[in-house]
Design a protein around this ligand. Structure first.
Ligand code: AP5
Length: 205
């Protein structure tokens, strides 16, 4: 299965991707994670990506498409989290992969800012929201200190949401026209409730 996970910043793509990849044995490919690893490693791609990510803009398409093309090479079953992010990237993807389904996580805009600004991360990849940490500042899974992503500040989040509306939201129609779109209305459902809805869709395929 080749799955595209679509949704605004903070919609819960990373949260659901972790659960989906564990249950359905799909390779999880997150372009955001790949860029952050490159930034941490000080690579040329990381240096390029940082200026765009800090500004809430998309990293240039050709760099991003090449990264994904090589990440999917040799894999039959995978989930793309954060890619494609505009119609150009989707068309490029169609040139090297046959997407089976696009899962669109729909969340009220009003919730997104709080979710992102309240997110705390761990180096092990775990993600939390401050409201559910009961004051703890360490990861429940590995005990390491939690941190806030550099692009999770209100100014950058505003830009990321604008970028999503202008460039990424058109993909809803793109995959809808291909008959591959499944939208999960998340409302105020918990991550577990959203995952149950995701499983219902995936199990019906
Ligand atoms: P990326 O890392 O992909 O970030 P994003 O799309 O902005 O999404 P987030 O990671 O912020 O949110 P999420 O949907 O994964 O939500 P999460 O599960 O963490 O991209 C970062 C940057 O990289 C981009 O801005 C761009 O510059 C660049 N980039 C990446 N891909 C690119 C591409 N293809 N082309 C060009 N540039 C690219 O959840 C958020 C919070 O909510 C957490 O605190 C979580 O605990 C909480 N939460 C989750 N689900 C629920 C729930 N159901 N109820 C309550 N709280 C919940």
């Amino acid at each position: 299965m080749k799955l595209v996970l679509l949704g605004a910043p903070g919609a819960g793509k990373g949260t659901q991707a972790e659960k989906i990849s564990a249950k359905y044995s799909l390779k999880h490919i997150s372009t955001g994670d790949i860029f952050r690893a490159n930034i941490k490693g000080g690579t040329p791609i990381g240096k390029l990506a940082k200026s765009y990510i800090d500004a809430g803009k998309l990293v240039p398409d050709d760099v991003t498409c090449e990264i994904v093309k090589s990440a999917v090479q040799g894999a039959d079953d995978y989930m793309l989290d954060g890619f494609p992010r505009n119609v150009y990237q989707a068309e490029k993807l169609d040139g090297f992969a046959q997407v089976d389904i696009c899962l669109n996580l729909e969340v009220d805009k009003a919730l997104l800012m709080d979710r992102i600004c309240g997110r705390r991360m761990c180096v092990c990849g775990a993600s939390y929201h401050v409201s559910r940490l009961n004051g703890s500042e360490v990861c429940a899974k590995c005990g390491k200190p939690l941190y806030r992503r550099e692009d999770d500040n209100p100014e950058t989040v505003e830009k990321r949401l604008e970028t999503y509306e202008s460039q990424t939201a058109p993909l809803i129609d793109y995959y809808g026209a291909q008959g591959k779109l499944k939208t999960i209305i998340c409302g105020d459902k918990s991550p577990e409730e959203v995952f149950a809805a995701v499983c219902e869709v995936l199990d019906s395929l």
